[in-house]
Design a protein around this ligand. Structure first.
Ligand code: AHR
Length: 511
């Protein structure tokens, strides 16, 4: 039997759980907006055309903040196209995904939808084809109380009260040659700095995210962050990170260790940001916004890769990268969430990409049902129970050998403790494909009380690690009770089945 020992000490905390870590992303891409969150005429749609079934699943997922409207889409988007009477809105070509955008859904609809979903808005602006003027105008439109051209236009369009959007992204993946209006780090750094200044002159209370690298494999990774922050350090609050993982050539061991790469990515960006801080003699710290992350398979060889997309004829909301997630993907997503939580002292925002249909935890058929993918479960549980302080964890685990990331811990973990309620939550993954793992948790400074919840997601009986939830079998993979969890004194013991993700919640008292 494999084994792992985890130590926690009551005095060793990382940070308060940032609630914005449980963010998601709605892009005008494929069927995320149209026939995803918005489908007038659907049997579950409300009077605004918002799908009630998707709204309910969004609430159950526990998403706290949602990035909108892109993504690559935003770099060619005119925000003004999505306001005013729908019949007057222009139909436009969207070059990013080679589709036709009807603009039936825009800023007002997203604000109303977010209110119904109970989620905060993270609005991305276009720094691809547009600049400082459009940046400050959208802030005036969204946040100024009234008595000016854009704030009065908002009122005329039905929203007298300001939207009060706090969180803004200064463009998207501007380092990527695929991006409309792609820029060098110098060009982007200066533009982002000036856009940030102009936006803050309209509303000084906003929080701003500058674009970091599109992924850590970019040839400019590191240098990009350094140059961009050298220009924008005083004007912005966060730097973005994006990462997508996939199983390559059947190498499940490396795929399951993707969080090792995420740890490294986060720690590298923190180091770069702090080096700019030291060199520029800045006082504040720049925090991180991991505003796109997930498992993503459908590229580059598949039919809906960006290369293939540009060959498609112009359509409205075609099916694009509707990845179907399996048990292995859910375990990986659980470990990526662990990585984000472990770094909650610096990663303050994270958005799983995307919310529905497009590489998403929720799938929704046009005129049909919506259901939870396997990756829905670790996200929803963690968003629900990760409260209070993130605990530092010391892990002494058997290892898994991987070709891409060296030796990785067999058991991956993150832990939170809410002193107010006396609840501790542990999020655990067994990366081992074959065997169960015995886990002993030492709780220094705590007395363990009753176990409130012990659930596991693993390979359902008679199936394999590729098992998924489908239209006809929407609940094939889910959470089940994890038996045999024992808590007493300063010790918790449990056994994780092979290839599994688990959550254990227990009452603890200070010893
Ligand atoms: O989430 C899908 C796409 O991935 C986004 O539009 C882009 O920012 C990233 O490359």
């Amino acid at each position: 039997m494999s084994r792992a020992r985890i130590s926690i000490d009551r005095d060793f905390t990382v940070a308060e759980v940032p609630r914005r870590l449980f963010g998601s992303f709605v892009e005008h891409m494929g069927r995320c907006v149209y026939t995803g969150i918005y489908e007038p005429g659907h049997p579950e749609a409300d009077d605004q055309g918002f799908r009630g079934d998707v709204l309910e699943l969004t609430k159950e997922l526990g998403a706290t903040v949602i990035r909108y409207p892109g993504g690559n889409f935003v770099s060619g988007y005119n925000w003004e196209d999505g306001i005013g009477p729908v019949a007057d809105r222009p139909r436009r070509l969207d070059g990013a995904w080679h589709t036709v955008e009807s603009n039936a859904f825009g800023l007002h609809e997203f604000v109303d939808w977010s209110k119904k979903a109970g989620t905060e808005i993270m609005e991305a602006i276009n720094l691809g084809t547009r600049g400082v003027d459009a940046a400050r105008e959208i802030v005036e439109y969204a946040n100024h109380p009234g008595g000016t051209y854009f704030s009065d236009l908002r009122a005329k369009n039905g929203h007298k009260d300001p939207f009060g959007i706090k969180l803004w992204c200064l463009g998207n993946e501007m380092d990527g040659p695929w991006q409309i209006g792609h820029k060098t780090a110098q060009e982007y750094g200066r533009l982002a700095q000036e856009a940030a200044k102009a936006m803050r002159l309209v509303d000084s209370s906003i929080e701003l995210v500058a674009c970091g690298s599109s992924n850590s494999g970019m040839p400019t990774f590191g240098a990009w962050e350094q140059t961009v922050l050298t220009h924008t350090y005083e004007e912005v609050d966060y730097l973005s990170l994006h990462a997508y993982y996939q199983e390559q050539d059947g190498d499940a061991e490396s795929f399951l260790a993707s969080a090792v790469d995420m740890d490294y990515f986060i720690e590298s960006v923190v180091a770069t940001a702090d080096a700019v801080r030291a060199k520029g003699k800045h006082k504040k710290h720049i925090n991180l916004s991991f505003d796109e992350w997930n498992v993503w398979y459908s590229r580059p060889a598949d039919s809906d890769s960006p290369e293939q997309i540009s060959q498609q004829s112009w359509q409205e909301h075609p099916r694009v990268i509707e990845d179907k997630y399996n048990v292995t993907d859910a375990v990986v997503v659980g470990t990526l969430l662990n990585s984000l939580l472990r770094h909650g002292d610096r990663v303050k925002i994270a958005n799983q990409a995307q919310l529905v249909n497009v590489i998403a935890p929720i799938l929704a058929e046009p005129n049909g049902p919506a259901w939870r993918q396997t990756i829905f479960h670790p996200f929803a549980r963690m968003a629900e129970v990760a409260k209070g302080q993130i605990m530092r964890t010391v892990v002494d685990s058997d290892k898994v050998e991987t070709s891409r990331f060296g030796d990785a811990d067999l058991v991956d973990v993150s832990v939170t403790w809410d002193e107010g309620t006396g609840r501790m939550a542990l999020f655990l993954a067994n990366r081992g494909l074959d065997g169960a793992a015995d886990v002993e948790v030492r709780l220094r400074g705590f007395d363990a009380g009753s176990v409130i919840r012990a659930e596991v997601l693993d390979v359902p009986m008679g199936l394999d690690r590729f098992a998924k939830n489908t239209l006809t079998l929407p609940n094939q993979v889910g959470l089940r009770a994890l038996d045999g969890v024992a808590a007493a004194g300063n010790k918790l013991t449990l056994t994780l089945p092979a290839l599994s993700w688990a959550v254990v919640e227990l009452n603890v008292e200070k010893a």
